[in-house]
Design a protein around this ligand. Structure first.
Ligand SMILES: [Zn+2]
Length: 460
């Protein structure tokens, strides 16, 4: 039988064709991303290996780092010397490097994959992936001590990191406030963060740092939250007002005026908040502002931050919302100045806020100007404190002519009152923003800044 086999082999055309195939010289192909990887505790790497000739016979994957190689995979696929692999499909292979379970030290290493095929030549392919093994989380050294923060207010933390971090900043519940390189000390970092008006009573902000290998550190901050009772107001909705705003903001004249209005007050409000958060997700790395923020000149406060609003129609409650800015009014079509230096990042219609300007002041701090009747700036323009942005008006959900002024930190609305207050800025921020080497400090509780308030509520 064997003799017959050999006979067929050596003398037929079929034999020649077989021999050509059996001695093919194309090596297997190993596909992977061979770029430098930072590798933490459990690292998964994926390869695809294929050989279109006789098929893949073996695949071996290991790590070299100076010492003994550590094997991660060694496979021999099904097939025979005379007919090649049973399957010549691409084979997807995942290997996991569990650094806890291997004797490899942190540092540089190479992940190597080698494949051979079923050709008589045993063609070989090799791929090397450079790795930096890093199982240690970044060390965070918080340089600011016990801090008093008002609910709805802003704080600033300064910290050091002992290794480059992909992501660092302050986590407050679900919200992340990005950190920046300290503008005056390149060895330090800082992050503005907010205690959102609606955060849990026992919310605990923490500085987090995530290195390139995904090792994470979280250092809780010692803060004391100063609670204050939010103000409240009732807003009487009239059919005429709602019809006018529906026509302005979505168009049309619906039969069910109340439902259409509530869709704006809830749905559009939420959409606008998301859009604002997205605009504020990128901020200048430089501090662009100085000193207290300018309040609209000769203005009266119509409604304050975090005011709880109940909406009434024909004597019954139809909705509740929280007012996340300051309503300021003077004369109609009053000139609206930029509250501080910065760059205009939005100047357009923005749903319930009407014609709106958003200014980036750097380091994740933004100001918002809503309900304007007229805009005199464009996106991308650098503005100075006091420079006119446009004129006040009634666009969006405004009943009377006024400015809706907002301050945002990392996309979260905070109480603007603190930012109007030079003393608060000096005591809470200036030292941390300018000092050469920080030492833990003890602050005194902030007194409530003094801004006159009048009770005539505006809608927005
Ligand atoms: Zn408002």
């Amino acid at each position: 039988m064997k003799l017959l086999w050999l006979l067929i082999l050596t003398c037929g055309a079929a034999g020649g064709w077989w021999a050509l195939g059996a001695f093919e010289s194309d090596p297997p192909l190993i596909q992977t991303l061979p770029t430098l990887k930072y590798v933490g505790d459990d690292y998964m790497h994926e390869f695809t290996v294929i050989d279109e000739g006789r098929g893949v016979e073996t695949l071996r994957v290991w790590v070299e780092s100076g010492g003994e190689p550590v094997e991660l995979l060694s496979t021999r696929y099904d097939g025979t010397w005379h007919s090649g692999a049973e399957l010549t499909i691409p084979r997807r292979v995942q290997v996991t490097l569990d650094l806890d379970a291997t004797p490899i030290e942190d540092g540089r290493a190479t992940l190597i994959a080698e494949a051979t095929d079923f050709s008589f030549r045993r063609n070989r392919a090799r791929v090397e992936v450079p790795l930096v093994l890093d199982t240690r989380a970044p060390r965070v050294n918080v340089l600011t001590g016990l801090t008093y923060v008002r609910r709805g207010g802003t704080e600033l933390v300064v910290y050091e990191l002992d290794e480059p971090s992909e992501k660092h900043g302050v986590q407050v519940g679900d919200l992340f406030f990005p950190g920046f390189l300290h503008p005056e000390n390149p060895k330090q970092f800082l992050a503005f963060y907010a205690i959102p008006h609606d955060s849990a009573k026992d919310v605990r902000p923490a500085v987090i740092a995530l290195d390139r290998a995904n090792n994470e550190t979280s250092v809780p901050l010692s803060i004391s939250i100063i609670e204050s009772r939010p103000t409240s107001d009732q807003i009487q909705l009239s059919e005429g007002f709602m019809r006018g705003k529906i026509a302005e903001l979505v168009g049309g004249d619906p039969e069910d005026v109340l439902s259409a209005y509530l869709e704006i007050n809830r749905g559009m409000r939420a959409e606008n908040a998301e859009k604002i958060r997205q605009i504020c997700s990128e901020s200048s790395d430089d501090r662009l502002w100085t000193g207290p923020f300018l309040q609209m000149p000769e203005s009266k406060v119509g409604a304050g931050f975090a005011e709880a609003r109940t909406y009434l129609f024909e004597g019954r409650e139809v909705d509740r919302q929280t007012h996340l800015g300051y309503d300021l009014a003077s004369t109609a079509r009053a000139e609206i100045p930029a509250a501080n230096d910065g760059v205009v990042v939005f100047a357009d219609d923005l749903g319930i806020y009407g014609r709106t300007v958003l200014i980036d002041h750097g380091l994740s701090l933004f100001s918002l100007y809503g309900h304007l009747s007229e805009l005199s700036v464009e996106r991308g323009l650098a503005v100075a404190k006091g420079q006119p942005l446009g004129r006040s008006g009634t666009t969006g959900l405004a009943g009377g002519d006024h400015l809706h002024f907002g301050i945002l930190v990392g996309g979260t609305f905070v109480d603007p009152l603190e930012w109007f207050d030079g003393k608060w800025i000096r005591e809470h921020l200036e030292a941390k923003l300018t000092r050469e080497s920080a030492t833990p400090d003890l602050e005194t509780p902030a007194a409530t800044p003094d801004v006159p308030a009048s009770p005539d509520a505006e809608e927005s």
